[in-house]
Design a protein around this ligand. Structure first.
Ligand code: ADP
Ligand code: XUL
Length: 553
């Protein structure tokens, strides 16, 4: 077959091993979707008895997954792809995305099993419980390691030191504190662990037939990687557990080709023997890669919680929030902010003020003017992450930072219309202020990309356009992390096949060259938005300060 024809038949395979499901996507050479398949852990693999993809542990705040469940899910998802007539013999590169922070501890037997897979048997009958010395993998939902967080930060000189080195202070869900807990509580198992994988590098390991390297971006979620030098920080490793460096292996760029797919997949699923396995990464960095945005873009995910992602030139030393190595640009960083009080608070107001109907909610929101007659509210129903504050504060137009009733605010606004606008404007002013603190520069070039469940709500999107004074876009394809995995596979393959540096394009140019219309403009800011919301940003800061100080007093 002529080379051009062969190239046109090439496909790229991406996976997303998220909390609740494993999903696969096959893209053709023009990066259009050919096939998708998924396995939902709770319903497709009920024998593991997960709730939302996780098992609660025996002790408070513990959450785990039996890794064999993920292996079994891989068996099934590949079969489902084949059932859809996906031709896996055309796949030239594979990559993946996975929930961040979880850790898997390979036994000597597990590493040997990976290397000697028998194509007549299922994966899960060979990579079973005995492949891991700890068969309950702690995942990101686990919050049982506060003691280890404290110990690690203290050992390296405090949380400011930890932020400067690794981009985040120690968080209970991060991998370093989890590894330390295993080392302390299951010392023999730790000693027997030959290698430690993140969920993303475990995914790559399955295809590679050996333990895969951890990539810089997902490695940034461990409290162990020096994000400026992209090497493991010796001080952090020492603060975590002994002889850790060998167990982690050297971290690599997310575009690294780790090797060819193992013979098992060639024999069993007809993958070509030259099919490349590209380093896998965490779901948040992979989503940023899937959105194809540059540093003028702020992406906001309105899911269960609200999450902001952005590209940064320099890591700020914010005490809270996360800075990761950028998944696609080698000299840049990615800022990640998670806010607990997002959709759940909007849902509570939808229930109490709008009969649990988003259309009614929107009618109420749309019937009030921008700025809400000077009424503003902050609702941190759950303890917010940034700022560390809990509670509600409502201000009317007469209140400000120096008014004597500012700390109490008003008990209730006069109408559901005002309540709802005060809620949504307050949330978005909060998000904007923290994004600025993280180092995002708002200006005339700024664009906002909104994803997640609430991104279907045009009235909320209009408030975002006005508060951020920037046009708001949504994405045609909703699963950004999954797409990001397949795109990275395609780009790593492009890099690998172009020895001539002049024909190498940047990641965004290469992918956008093939899928130019992946975004849709939904709202533009009104002309008066800057003059209305700039002063309100200062009011937000005064109100947040009050709620924060109420917590400490
Ligand atoms: P997850 O974080 O679980 O992936 P999703 O991205 O699926 O969450 O978003 C779920 C949230 O989307 C729900 O909590 C719900 O409040 C919100 N949502 C769904 N539809 C609307 C709507 N029309 N307007 C506002 N919010 C909505
Ligand atoms: C990010 C985080 C989650 C997981 C699961 O820090 O803990 O978003 O990646 O999706």
């Amino acid at each position: 077959m002529p080379q051009e024809e062969q190239d046109a038949k090439q496909t790229f395979l991406g996976f997303d091993l998220s909390t609740q499901k494993l999903k696969a996507i096959l893209l053709n050479s023009e990066l259009n979707v050919v096939a998708t398949a998924e396995v939902k852990f709770d319903s497709d693999l009920p024998e593991f008895r997960t709730i939302g993809g996780a098992n609660p542990g025996p002790n408070k705040f513990e959450y785990f997954v039996q890794p064999v469940m993920w292996v079994k899910a891989m068996d099934i998802v590949l079969d489902r792809l084949v059932m859809q007539e996906a031709d896996l013999s055309t796949v030239v590169a594979i990559s993946g995305s996975a929930q961040q922070h979880g850790s898997l501890y390979w036994s000597k037997h597990g590493i040997a099993a990976l290397q000697n897979l028998d194509a007549d048997k299922f994966l899960h009958s060979q990579i079973d419980d005995s492949a891991f010395v700890v068969n309950r993998t702690p995942i990101w939902m686990d919050a049982s390691t506060l003691k280890q967080c404290f110990e690690m930060e203290t050992a390296i000189g405090g949380h400011t030191e930890m932020v400067q080195k690794t981009g985040s202070k120690c968080y209970a869900r991060f991998t370093g504190p989890q590894i330390r807990k295993i080392y302390q509580q299951r010392t023999h198992a730790y000693e027997d662990a030959r290698r430690i994988s993140l969920v993303s590098s475990f995914l790559a390991s399955l295809f590679l037939g050996k333990v895969a390297s951890i990539d810089y971006a997902d490695g940034s979620g461990m409290n162990l990687l020096d994000i400026r030098n992209k090497t493991w920080s010796k001080t952090c490793l020492n603060a975590c557990a002994p002889d850790l460096e060998d167990r982690l292996g050297e971290p690599v760029s997310g575009f690294s080709i780790l090797g060819n797919v193992s013979d098992y997949f060639v024999q069993r699923f007809c993958f070509p023997p030259t099919c490349k396995v590209v380093a896998c990464t965490g779901d948040n960095p992979s989503a940023l890669a899937g959105m194809l945005v540059d540093k003028n873009w702020l992406s906001i995910s309105l899911g269960t919680s609200d999450t902001l992602m952005m590209t940064l030139d320099e890591p700020p030393n914010l005490e809270e929030g996360h800075v990761l190595c950028h998944p696609t640009e080698s000299h840049e960083y990615m800022g990640l902010l998670c806010f607990r009080n997002g959709s759940l608070v909007r849902e509570a107001f939808n229930k109490s003020e709008a009969d649990n109907n988003w259309e009614t909610f929107n009618e109420l929101l749309d019937s009030t003017p921008r700025g809400n007659f000077g009424n503003m509210a902050l609702h941190f129903n759950e303890m917010e992450i940034i700022p560390k504050a809990k509670g509600t504060l409502r201000w009317n137009k007469d209140m400000n930072g120096s008014s004597h009733d500012a700390a109490k605010g008003v008990l209730k606004f006069s109408s559901p219309q005002i309540e709802i606008r005060a809620l949504v404007e307050g949330q978005m002013l909060h998000h904007r202020a923290i994004a600025e603190d993280m180092g995002f520069h708002f200006g005339s070039q700024t664009n906002i990309l909104v994803t997640g469940g609430a991104s279907v709500n045009k009235s909320i999107l209009q408030v975002i356009a006005d508060v951020f004074s920037a046009p708001v876009y949504t994405q045609n394809e909703s699963e950004a992390a999954l797409l990001g995995a397949a795109y990275r596979a395609a780009y790593a393959y492009h890099l690998h096949h172009n020895s001539n540096t002049e024909s190498i394009k940047s990641y965004r140019d290469y992918i956008l060259g093939q899928t130019p219309n992946h975004l849709k403009l939904v709202c533009e800011p009104n002309k008066d938005s800057g003059s209305i919301y700039t002063p309100m940003l200062q009011r937000y800061r005064d109100m947040a300060h009050i709620l924060e100080s109420q917590l400490t007093h």
